[in-house]
Design a protein around this ligand. Structure first.
Ligand SMILES: NC(=O)c1ccc[n+]([C@@H]2O[C@H](COP(=O)([O-])OP(=O)(O)OC[C@H]3O[C@@H](n4cnc5c(N)ncnc54)[C@H](O)[C@@H]3O)[C@@H](O)[C@H]2O)c1
Ligand SMILES: [Zn+2]
Length: 352
């Protein structure tokens, strides 16, 4: 079992281990006076894992009410959030009770937002079941729902009471979902840790998920502790995301997030190399590593198509984009780029 302590506006532990679902009640009991827990999960994750978690919570004296929501990003909406809030209200949950989000990033973001606003905020526990949610979405306190106009347009910061990551849950993920999680892990390596970056394919092959998650969460902790509200250094975590987000948007969300981020990292690395900001050998290493994880490194979209999507990016400030630029594997920098130069960056990155 590995524990990473996060000292944000609320301090909490991220606990990572196989078999954790069955121990959830015992781990949570000392942290809260709550008598009741609303267990929120998607309709794919529920049949797999809700029973074990519910049993463990009940054993430790929590009365559990189960709320199953439809799975998929298409349901990360105000409407689904409204259903969760109505469920809490109908069942007379109070601010002292807990919302337990069991699932991938969609469930975590949705149930997290509901917990943040229900009666102005009740307790939240994140129980990530995808690699992506474990290394990224469940940690750091961002919650959100989408609007038809764009992803994550509504949300707030709400740090959980605890994050419980049962690495056994990854055994039922399909290969593509695992790869998408590994893209975010590669991002952490490319940002901060050369050894981890190059070790990733072997760690993944050997299913050493506790180590992978712990390493990624520790780096995310450092940024969250320095910049909880994402105004400064935490923005490094957007590596690969400006162009990646544009790819997702241009594909109308047909390209999954992790694959888009991988291609976005490849593009920004290519553009950095073209501008002499990153050595060609480093670029080659980045592309080879992404390929070794079976992640995409190319795009068929044109610079114009991607530019239209970039202009909508909520991370844009006025006419400036803040790009995260690799200087070498393990070392990246924030760089302000005028929007007018974005097309050039996209073309250098490999867009038509
Ligand atoms: N809050 C943050 O800081 C943050 C960070 C990164 C991403 N996100 C958000 O996370 C979401 C993506 O998360 P995701 O990749 O986990 O997607 P997801 O939540 O949609 O899960 C992917 C799919 O896997 C299924 N699933 C989940 N766990 C499973 C398991 N153990 N076994 C079998 N199937 C399982 C789900 O039902 C779903 O169909 C996006 O909405 C994104 O915006 C948030
Ligand atoms: Zn991401």
């Amino acid at each position: 079992m590995t524990t990473v302590r996060i000292e944000a506006s609320r301090a909490y532990d991220v606990t990572i281990a196989p078999g954790l679902l069955g121990r959830a009640g015992a781990l949570l009991r000392p942290l809260t006076q709550a008598k009741r827990a609303a267990l929120v999960c998607g309709d794919r994750v529920g049949p797999l894992y809700a029973g074990t978690l519910q049993g463990a919570l009940e054993q430790s004296g929590f009365a559990v009410s189960l709320k199953v929501i439809p799975h998929g990003e298409a349901y990360k909406t105000l409407e689904t959030c409204g259903e969760i809030l109505a469920f809490l209200s109908r069942n007379a949950f109070t601010r002292g009770d807990l919302v337990v989000a069991l699932g991938g990033g969609v469930t975590g973001d949705l149930a997290g937002f509901a917990a943040a606003v229900y009666q102005r905020g009740c307790g939240l526990v994140q129980v990530p079941t995808t690699l992506l949610a474990a290394v990224d979405a469940s940690v750091g306190g961002k919650t959100a729902v989408d609007l038809p106009e764009g992803k994550n347009q509504i949300g707030c910061f709400c740090q959980p009471l605890a994050v419980l990551c049962d690495t056994d849950a990854f055994s039922t993920l399909d290969a593509r979902e695992l790869r998408c999680g590994l893209a975010e892990c590669a991002k952490i390596g490319l940002l901060f840790d050369r050894d981890f970056f190059f070790a990733l394919p072997a760690l993944a092959r050997e299913r050493r998920y506790e180590e992978i998650v712990a390493r990624c969460v520790a780096y995310k902790r450092d940024l969250v502790e320095k910049d909880e509200f994402d105004r400064g250094e935490r923005r490094l975590l957007n590596l690969g995301h400006s162009f990646g987000h544009a790819l997702e948007q241009a594909s109308r969300w047909q390209i999954p997030h992790g694959e888009a981020v991988a291609a976005g990292m490849a593009m920004i690395a290519r553009a950095a190399a073209a501008r002499g900001l990153c050595a060609d050998g480093e670029l080659d290493a980045i592309l080879a590593l992404l390929a070794a994880l079976s992640l995409p490194t190319e795009t068929d979209y044109s610079a114009d198509e991607l530019l239209a999507a970039l202009e909508k990016d909520k991370k844009r400030e006025g006419d400036t984009l803040t790009l995260v630029v690799p200087r070498a594997v393990g070392r990246c920098e924030l760089l302000s780029v005028p929007l007018a130069e974005a097309a050039g960056w996209l073309r250098d990155g490999g867009a038509r």
